[in-house]
Write a new protein. Structure first.
Length: 212
């Protein structure tokens, strides 16, 4: 089973992904929790390039290709081998991030990006995706607070530094994707408290497994 978490900065998806890992492991499953960008060895290098404020001269096309390079390494070297050994894989961001951020945020052609995702994942699609929906005002406030606590303002702030309307487009992009694929993408209100959000995640995962 392959599960992904998506949403704008500060929506709490990394926390939910960790909770789900713990929950499934508690039920005796082997779980790999991974992330994009940065889920493979090469991906860690790409992540530094992608998130560094020094690289604010990256063209949107170069940015796209780096995310796709990260994804295909991740799928082939990490995700697929784990799925083949029977692990449940949870990824913090995956294909929908590219459509939401590069497609809706950077206003690149969505259908083209979907085709490029198809090449990058080569048949390895998520079974279930949780979209933690949140207003960008709340998300950015949370993300900036977190960055201050972790002191990562200078190294990993490239997206947090984008204007609010960029994040509004990203959010709407995600919601549009969810309306196109309601079976796969579950929209959750990330303004609710973490335990409530996690109850919904757990219930949906259990329901999915019962229907396998
Ligand atoms: P990260 O620090 O992982 O952010 P978050 O904690 O919000 O997940 O940074 C990942 C950034 O990369 C995030 O701003 C979204 C962006 N991104 C894209 O623009 N396209 C993509 O395909 C992916 C995977 C991420």
């Amino acid at each position: 089973m392959f599960i992904t978490f998506e949403g704008i900065e500060g929506c709490g998806k990394s926390t939910q992904a960790r909770h789900l890992k713990d929950y499934l492991e508690g039920n005796g499953r082997e779980v790999l929790l991974t992330l994009e960008p940065g889920g493979s060895r090469l991906g860690k290098e790409l992540r530094k390039m992608l998130l560094s404020l020094e690289n604010n001269d990256l063209t949107r096309e170069a940015e796209l290709f780096l995310y796709l390079a990260d994804r295909t390494q991740h799928v082939q070297q990490v995700i697929r081998p784990a799925l083949h050994t029977g692990k449940t894989v949870i990824s913090d961001r995956f294909i929908d991030s590219t459509v939401a951020y590069q497609g809706f945020g950077r206003e690149m052609h969505v259908q083209t990006l979907q085709n490029m995702n198809r090449v990058a994942v080569d048949g390895t699609w998520p079974d279930l995706t949780f979209l933690l929906d949140l207003s960008p005002e709340t998300g950015l406030r949370r993300a900036l607070e977190r960055n201050m606590v972790q002191n990562i303002t200078s190294s990993e702030g490239r997206f947090e530094a984008e204007a609010l309307d960029f994040h509004i487009r990203v959010r709407l992009g995600y919601l549009e994707l969810a309306s196109q694929e309601p079976q796969r993408i579950v929209v959750l209100d990330a303004a609710e408290d973490q335990d409530t959000v996690f109850d919904r995640v757990r219930n949906r995962v259990n329901e999915y497994m019962e229907n396998l």
